[in-house]
Design a protein around this ligand. Structure first.
Ligand code: SF4
Length: 263
């Protein structure tokens, strides 16, 4: 299930029914959903069946572990920026497009960064990659992507946009407010021919690899998150998995595998 795999990659993003809240007439239980998972629902061809199955499953089969190198790179970039800010009181040049940053706030953990949406009984939570405070006192929330900014990344933009808006939604209802901006910061390896010919990149112990940053501003859309929460609630309130996408080749392949084609 291709989309199921995508939803699964959303990690801590799992939605689990909780029994702590009383259920209302139209809603069976309260739910917890991560900003990342909610972001998946913003994709244009989201499959409600896949979403339902992924969220209801207690652990998914066939999951590949996420390569650890990405979290190392992620953490390295964050520590470089935080260290620079602490030493210089301003951001490195390549983050100038974000505004006049005065300091970096330790990103709150999802156990403290959440909000209950009363309309849907969904607890929305998440852990942003980075939070910066500008000199005017407002906040910028950033999501780092260790990737080239390519057409494919662009395809995923609705998901990232919703995820960042979810952080803004939570921030505005907790203690990170006002949120004045959101941004994706792509850090892409510089590995062109000239770089590979530069002997300065060879060291005694190995080699160096530099990264260049590409900043993509994300619009703050206050109505986006409430509408996605309603969508999540509608799908997850189905007592059985809803129908999948009619033209999905994966579902057709699965049906063939089990001899269900045409049934
Ligand atoms: S239609 Fe089936 S295989 Fe395709 S995305 Fe939905 S659940 Fe997954």
């Amino acid at each position: 299930l291709r989309q199921r795999e995508n939803f699964a990659k959303l990690g801590s993003a799992m939605v689990r029914p909780k029994k702590s809240r009383p259920s209302g007439p139209a809603q069976s239980s309260s739910l917890t959903i991560s900003a990342k998972t909610l972001g998946g629902l913003a994709m244009p061809r989201v499959c409600p069946r896949c979403f339902w199955l992924t969220m209801k499953a207690e652990g998914l089969p066939y999951q590949m572990p996420f390569p650890g190198i990405f979290s190392t790179l992620d953490s390295y970039g964050k520590r470089l920026v935080t260290g620079w800010l602490a030493r210089h009181g301003s951001a490195p040049e390549w983050l100038a497009a974000l505004g006049e940053i005065s300091r970096s706030i330790p990103p709150p953990h999802y156990s403290k960064f959440f909000v209950l949406d009363e309309a849907t009984s969904i607890v929305l939570r998440g852990t942003p990659d980075a939070v910066f405070q500008l000199r005017d006192g407002s906040y910028i929330i950033v999501d780092y992507k260790t990737a080239k900014f390519t057409a494919h990344q662009d395809e995923l933009f609705p998901m990232y946009e919703a995820q960042l808006n979810a952080y803004a939604h939570i921030g505005e209802r907790t203690n990170i407010k006002p949120v004045s901006g959101l941004a994706l910061v792509y850090t892409e390896p510089v590995a062109d021919d000239a770089t590979t010919q530069d002997e300065a990149n060879l060291t005694e112990n190995g080699f160096r690899l530099g990264f260049s940053a590409h900043i993509v501003p994300v619009e703050i859309k206050p109505r986006l998150v409430p509408s996605l929460l309603r969508k999540a609630r509608t799908i997850l309130d189905f007592p059985k998995p809803p129908l999948g996408l009619p033209d999905c080749e994966d579902c057709a392949a699965l049906a063939e595998l089990f001899g269900l084609a045409g049934s």
